[in-house]
Design a protein around this ligand. Sequence first.
Ligand SMILES: C[S@@+](CC[C@H](N)C(=O)[O-])C[C@H]1O[C@@H](n2cnc3c(N)ncnc32)[C@H](O)[C@@H]1O
Length: 443
Amino acid sequence: MATKADLPRRIAFEVLLRFDKGGADRLKADSLLTEALARHSAALSEQDRGFVYALVMGTLRHWLRLDEWIKRLTGKHLKQMTPQVRVLLRLGLFQLYGLNHVPAYAALNTTVELAKGQKQSPRTIKFINAVLREAQRVLEADGFASPPAETDLPGHLLLAYGWPESLTRMLQGQYAAQAILDMAEQSQSPSGLSLRVNNLKTSTADYMQALKELGIEGQSLADPPEGIRLEGFSGSPRKLPGFEEGYFYVQDPSSMWVSHLLKPQPDESVLDLCAAPGSKTTHMAALMQNTGTITAIDSKLERLALLTENIQRLGITNIHVHQADGLTFDPMAGKLFDKVLVDAPCSGSGTLRRHPEILLHLKKLNLDAYIKTQWALLQKGFEGLKPGGAMVYSTCSVLRAENHDVVAKLLAKYPEAILEIEEQRPINEKADGFYAARILKKA
Ligand SMILES: C[S@@+](CC[C@H](N)C(=O)[O-])C[C@H]1O[C@@H](n2cnc3c(N)ncnc32)[C@H](O)[C@@H]1O
């Protein structure tokens, strides 16, 4: 039996095991973590919760490089080990390498205890112990070498940052080596917290004052003016003032940029084909001062529940929600919209900092299904746009195949489509990687 003191590690192990077993399923680390932490909430302190979070996110972020190290240490492929053994080794190794405040003996002993709790055989426990001791020796000596970036960028990024080689190869056709290295570096750092003040309920200045009175330092993003960054805040955003009252929405600066690019005006009709959980839908509602109509569509019921919750919390009344496949749904019986947003499903390659598990999904990089849906949604959105209207196509991806190439295909097919603005933002120190294009339809 694992002791109570081991509970954070045991929870982290359980969550990570689901990733190992989940294979290519698009499991989200944050939702799995939220669910696991809620199940054990009575037994966990705030510090324990933070530790579980650091263990899971850190191990996921370094997963592929840890696997390379394990291969070197054992001379075995990871497929030759059981999922439990693989995950125990990754978790132990991550603590040895990535968590300065965990002494090496604690990383080793607790991993062995976890292995015992998992009813591993004495032989397996001995194996885990021996591998971690050897890892400790290597890390305390020269560390695990990685190939030089100049001659082998994919190999370097795999060993130095846990980036799958397939991702680096795709980016190499698109960015200079230094830009890819910068993105890999940025993808390792914590994302920090950004808020969009809900100007339907309060002004940015008033909300910043409310934070200040509680000793919480927020910096205005200036662009956009409703954006705030909380540099040192590490608690739950739900504990910030005015969460229940709908004074703010947690949103990355890049995501805020998209609604501004579309420029929805009061009293307009807007179609949002991929709306849930509603970051951009609710932002557009605020920019439209809660007037006009936003027809918000999404195919996933559980994500739409979040959208509805957000609409209510933020006090919005101009959004009409539909659960439907945006490819076949005809919400306005042929009526055309002033503005259209297609914030398409994508690989999420721009959000690696917040979703390190995407690195695992990107290992078997197959963008075909995304590209097919993106292309179909983009056409559907453009066909729903009034002549003289504007559409924005966006993704949180840094891959050209999901972005520029899809838009270029639209421009080639529809002579009435005019590209007004196009921008690919890399992952940077303050924001996710994002793409957006503003397309006009000739009047
Ligand atoms: C990038 S997310 C949208 C994020 C949202 N715009 C926001 O800012 O919060 C893409 C969404 O597209 C939805 N989706 C995927 N295929 C769809 C389809 N055929 N029709 C409608 N929605 C779809 C997914 O359920 C997902 O919620």
